[in-house]
Design a protein around this ligand. Structure first.
Ligand code: PEP
Ligand code: MN
Length: 264
C-alpha cells in the first residue's frame, strides 16, 4: 500500500485545510518537550507568527536513561491542544505505547512514532485504526525497506494518512548526533507516494546545522520539516536544547524557505 506502483499519485493529507504532500511545504515547529502551559503557549504564538502550521511538542518523552525527565504526560496533551487551538495551529505529539493512542488521538491532530518505536508493531497496528494522520520516524538503524514495511502496518489497518520522516541515522560519525540521510528524501519519494518530512534537529543534534540541513532537505524535495524551537533552549527540560533554534533563527529560516517553496 505504501508503494508508488500501487498508488502512482502523491498522497496529499488534508488536515483542516493544511495540505501535506505534493508541492506544499509544511512546517512543524516547537519544543522537544511540553514543559508548562506558559511555555507551550508562547512557543505556539511564535510558530504561528513565523508562518508555521503545526505545533510540535512531546508530552511523553522516550529518554535513553530512565532517570531523565520523561515528559509531563497526559497534562501535556491538554496544554498543547489548548495552545494549538488558541493560536490556530495543528498539533503533533509522540505516542509511545498502544494504550496511549486513544488519548493522544483525542488531543492531537497528528500522532508521531519516534525512531525507537518504528518497529513497535503493536503500536503501529493500533495506529492503523486511530483516525489521525501519523508521522512515522525512521528507526535510527532502519533501511528504507524496513521503514516502508513499518508504514505498511499502519496503512494495512485502514489508515492511509501516513507521513515518512527522515530524522538521521547512526553512522561512525560522532560530531553530529545522527547523520541526516538526505538521499532518503528522493529515494522514499521514488519508492512511495507518501509525504516525506525531514527532521534536521534530531538529524544533526546541533543548532548551527539545522538551517543548512533544513534548506538542503527542501532542495532535495522534502514535503515538510519538523524543527525544534525553544524560547530558552539552554534551560529546556530535555537535552535537546542544543539543537533547538532560538525563535529569531526559526523565523529567519522560514523567511528563507519561502523563497524555495510555498509554505501553505
Ligand atoms: C522528538 O521528536 O523529540 C524525538 C524524540 O524524536 P526521535 O524519535 O526522532 O528521536
Ligand atoms: Mn527532541
Amino acid at each position: 500500500l505504501a508503494s508508488r506502483d500501487f498508488h502512482p499519485e502523491d498522497t496529499i493529507i488534508d488536515i483542516r485545510g493544511v495540505k501535506i504532500g505534493g508541492e506544499n511545504l509544511v512546517i512543524m515547529g516547537g519544543p522537544c518537550a511540553v514543559e508548562s502551559p506558559e511555555q507551550i503557549d508562547e512557543i505556539a504564538r511564535l510558530v504561528k507568527a513565523s508562518g508555521g502550521q503545526v505545533l510540535r511538542g512531546g508530552a511523553f518523552k522516550p529518554r535513553t536513561g530512565p532517570y531523565s525527565f520523561q515528559g509531563v504526560g497526559v497534562e501535556g496533551l491538554t496544554m498543547m491542544a489548548e495552545a494549538g487551538r488558541k493560536h490556530g495551529l495543528l498539533t503533533i505529539t509522540e505516542v509511545m505505547t498502544p494504550e496511549y493512542v486513544d488519548i493522544c488521538a483525542e488531543h492531537a491532530d497528528i500522532l508521531q512514532v519516534g525512531t525507537r518505536n518504528m518497529q513497535n508493531f503493536d503500536l503501529l497496528r493500533k495506529l492503523g485504526t486511530c483516525g489521525r494522520p501519523v508521522l512515522l520516524k525512521r528507526g535510527f538503524s532502519a533501511t528504507y525497506d524496513e521503514l516502508l514495511n513499518a508504514a505498511e502496518y499502519i496503512l494495512a489497518g485502514g489508515n492511509r494518512d501516513v507521513m515518512l520522516c527522515e530524522r538521521g541515522i547512526r553512522t561512525f560519525e560522532t560530531y553530529t548526533r545522527n547523520t541526516l540521510d538526505l538521499s532518503a528524501i528522493p529515494v522514499l519519494q521514488n519508492l512511495s507516494h507518501l509525504p516525506v518530512i525531514s527532521d534536521p534537529s534530531h538529524g544533526t543534534g546541533r543548532r548551527e546545522l539545522v538551517e543548512p540541513m533544513a534548506k538542503a532537505s527542501v532542495a532535495a524535495g522534502a514535503n515538510g520539516l519538523i524543527i525544534e524551537m525553544h524560547t530558552d533552549p539552554d534551560n529546556s527540560m530535555t537535552g535537546d536544547g542544543v539543537q533547538s533554534l532560538f525563535p529569531e533563527q526559526f523565523d529567519k529560516l522560514l523567511r528563507d524557505l519561502e523563497k524555495l517553496a510555498p509554505i501553505v
